[in-house]
Design a protein around this ligand. Structure first.
Ligand code: FES
Ligand SMILES: [Fe+2]
Length: 464
């Protein structure tokens, strides 16, 4: 290992190099992460456990359903499917959005098969009909259903919360309010909120991989050195990264402009800057990429990012400190929503089980572009659904971002085979760099009534 003495040794030291005042919220979030270091591999592979996840997670936790723009007008509907369950989101008025179980009370056909604008919710099978407010409007041949009281035949609702133009639902009517569920996250995303942003790119892909294993690839930067070796010089200074958690939310910080300790030479700042700008050894450094004297690569890259993002965010980017301009702050709201902070990463991820198959899951990436006050909103981009053999890198709108996700994907398509071949039957997580994953499993254990420590001890005692 090579400790680069010319570089900061912690995120605190990185922040000390900032050219602007660093807002308090960057330093203040949660506590150091806690959670199991070992979990049984069956948590990824066991089909009966997946059924428990449906009951304890997908029917009980707050989860992202859509953006408010997906139901922009009265009568707009949007379908949210997860883990074999289906929900329909409906706008009733400017201020009211409701969510229902997407299941006809007659014989269970989904009331809506796809998004669209309607004046009422009519089942396509026999025509039972409900108002947008969920009240029964029509029972065909009512004399045939003497046991049904139309007054008590309303659609079962789910809880709905709108936060920064995201629509969340919770099927559990007794669950805690969304605001307390996300806790401190609200104050973390106040300066660069996701409200008044258009869904400009939306890409989805189904992976042959359990949903938890899939999202774990996006909950740590520990894999950067081997999975994205092109970033080793500029984005892999692991000692400078930071991990914390509070309640149902965790935060990882990837400090930009730092070199991995596993790179044997200490590069100069010009070299780091060149790498940050995506140039390689054999390319000539153009004049505009020459680092100004007395400036670090990180500082110059921050200014470059402000200049790029000004077109989207407006002049407010000039208030962004270097950390806000370049670092990646990546949050996870249990169980599956991953918004990024700052101006450096204006996108969110969502990871969902695919149908009721524990071996398949969906990754979604939504780019959310700020819309200036005087500008018209655009309808949300239609999802680009990548096929089994298509890669994120093929989506030209994603630029170099797509190639990173494709690199991440390469590990994931075979991971179930590896997990099922595990002879120790145990997966391990590191203290710091995989802290977000440990935090996830601390919430998961509680939600599922499981204990990783007990199960791992039982595995060890069985194997002698
Ligand atoms: S199943 Fe819906 S009307 Fe019959
Ligand atoms: Fe990655």
């Amino acid at each position: 290992m090579n400790r680069h003495i010319n570089q900061p040794q912690s995120y605190e030291e990185v922040l000390a190099t900032d050219t602007r005042p660093v807002p308090d919220y960057i330093r203040k979030f949660g506590n150091k992460v806690e959670g199991p270091y070992e979990i049984p591999t069956r948590w990824y592979t066991d089909r009966s456990l997946f059924k428990d996840e449906v009951e304890n997670i997908w029917k009980r936790k707050w989860q992202l359903a859509c953006r408010t723009d997906h139901v922009a007008q009265k009568g707009d509907t949007y379908i949210y499917n997860v883990a074999g369950l289906s929900f329909v989101i409906v706008r009733l008025s400017d201020d009211v959005i409701k969510g229902y179980w997407n299941s006809c009370l007659h014989r269970g056909v989904p009331l809506r098969q796809c998004a669209g604008r309607v004046t009422r919710l009519q089942c396509p099978y026999h025509g039972f009909t409900w108002g947008l407010d969920g009240r029964s409007l029509l029972i065909p041949n009512p004399e045939d259903f003497p046991h049904i009281n139309p007054e008590k035949f309303s659609l079962p609702e789910v809880q709905v919360a709108v936060w920064q133009d995201f629509v969340f639902i919770n099927p559990d009517l007794g669950a805690e309010p969304f605001e307390s569920y996300i806790g401190q996250l609200d104050s973390q995303l106040q300066r660069w909120p996701y409200s008044r942003r258009d869904v400009s790119i939306h890409v989805t892909k189904v992976f042959a991989c359990n949903w938890k294993a899939l999202q774990e690839a996006f909950m740590e930067s520990f894999h950067v050195l081997t999975t994205h070796p092109q970033l080793a010089f500029s984005t892999a200074g692991d000692r400078c990264n930071d991990f914390s958690a509070f309640g149902n939310v965790s935060r990882g910080v990837l400090a930009i402009g730092q070199t991995s300790d596993y790179v044997p030479i200490s590069p100069d700042e010009q070299y780091i800057y060149t790498r940050l700008n995506g140039l390689w050894d054999d390319e000539e450094v153009p004049a505009e990429m020459k680092l100004p004297r007395g400036t670090t690569a990180r500082q110059a890259f921050a200014q470059r990012n402000r200049d790029v993002q000004r077109a989207k965010f407006g002049a407010i980017v000039d208030d962004a400190c270097d950390a806000e301009a370049v670092d990646v702050h990546y949050y996870t709201i249990f169980p599956n929503f991953h918004p990024f902070g700052f101006i450096s990463a204006p996108f969110v991820y969502r990871f969902l089980p695919f149908g009721d198959d524990p071996d398949k899951s969906v990754m979604e990436v939504m780019f959310l572009t700020p819309v200036p006050e005087n500008q018209e909103r655009k309808p949300p981009a239609e999802p680009i659904r990548l096929g089994e053999n298509q890669e994120f890198v093929e989506v030209t709108q994603l630029g170099s971002f797509g190639s990173f996700i494709s690199q991440d994907s390469s590990n994931l398509e075979s991971i179930m085979r590896g997990l099922r071949s595990s002879q120790t039957k145990v997966a391990n997580f590191g203290r710091t760099h995989e802290g977000k994953i440990r935090h996830f499993y601390s919430v998961y254990e509680k939600s599922m009534g499981l204990s990783a420590a007990d199960e791992v001890a039982a595995i060890r005692s069985k194997s002698g």
